[in-house]
Design a protein around this ligand. Structure first.
Ligand SMILES: NC(=O)c1ccc[n+]([C@@H]2O[C@H](COP(=O)([O-])OP(=O)(O)OC[C@H]3O[C@@H](n4cnc5c(N)ncnc54)[C@H](O)[C@@H]3O)[C@@H](O)[C@H]2O)c1
Length: 240
């Protein structure tokens, strides 16, 4: 398949939020490379280009970027692949901490290194990282919060470094969004979390996709974290 349209490479494209991002970007006119561990079914459903990707594997990352570049100009990288599995500090083993960091932080940075030179050559490009409201601090999620907090720091630093080359780097920090990732939460935690959201509902993947699409095209906005959390980062609506 050869095209001349703008290419968007979306990691984690087969997940709850990733699918909505791919659908939204396709509607916005991008040719979407849907990259994930098992991309085929989601890509077929959305009419995207499937690409097997493990963000922790250097060869796999290179193959994904090469595939996108082959199709046209990779103008947009959305780093959406992520995992939440975490533990309280007493049970947080180094291996789990490392794994969460590799997927949620080091993968996105390595992919940025691969796409940035082409974007810089063309003098245009956008990178949108899926952080999380959790970077502000979340009970029992030290590894996840640390990785997402690192991603926020990287987003801001890279915006400074790449801005002169015409590349924007931003992050979306979703709050609680209904996806396979949050399905696993115990009902009691889920109820309490929903109760603490000022707009009174969980976010939808489409809510997040809208924020990503905005940042993908907001050429004068860079180094920003767009918190899409229904107001939860402001405070608890039940506490005066
Ligand atoms: N759902 C939420 O409430 C929420 C809140 C804040 C941030 N986020 C972030 O949004 C992003 C998407 O989350 P989601 O809710 O859609 O989760 P999800 O579990 O539905 O999707 C995550 C996707 O990432 C893929 N993935 C995992 N490890 C990978 C790897 N090594 N290489 C390539 N792909 C890999 C999975 O296969 C999956 O398709 C994540 O970065 C997550 O941390 C989600």
């Amino acid at each position: 398949m050869t095209t001349t349209s703008r290419i968007a490479l979306v990691t984690g494209g087969a997940g709850g939020i990733g699918r909505a991002i791919c659908a939204r970007l396709a509607a916005d006119g991008y040719t979407v490379v849907l990259a994930d561990l098992e991309p085929d079914a989601a890509a077929a459903e959305l009419g995207a280009v499937p690409q097997v990707l493990d963000v922790t594997d250097p060869l796999s990352r290179r193959a994904a970027v090469a595939r996108a570049d082959e199709l046209g100009d990779t103008d947009l990288l959305v780093n959406c692949a992520g995992v939440l599995r975490d533990a309280r500090i007493g049970k947080l083993e180094a291996g789990l901490f490392r794994r969460l960091t590799e997927i949620n932080l080091l993968g996105p940075l390595a992919l940025t290194r691969l796409v940035a030179p082409g974007m810089a050559r063309r003098g245009r490009g956008a990178i949108v990282n899926l952080a999380s409201r959790a970077w502000l601090g979340t009970f029992g999620s030290t590894a996840y919060s640390t990785a997402k907090g690192g991603l926020v720091g990287a987003t801001r630093s890279l915006a400074l470094e790449l801005g002169g080359a015409g590349i924007t780097v931003n992050a979306v920090a979703p709050g609680f969004v209904d996806t396979p990732m949050t399905d696993a939460l115990p009902p009691k935690i889920r109820r309490r979390t929903l109760d603490a959201i000022p707009v009174g509902r969980a976010g939808t993947p489409e809510d997040v996709a809208g924020a990503v699409a905005y940042l993908a095209g907001a050429g004068y906005v860079t180094g920003q974290v767009l918190v899409a959390c229904g107001g939860r980062s402001i405070g608890d609506p039940h506490v005066a």
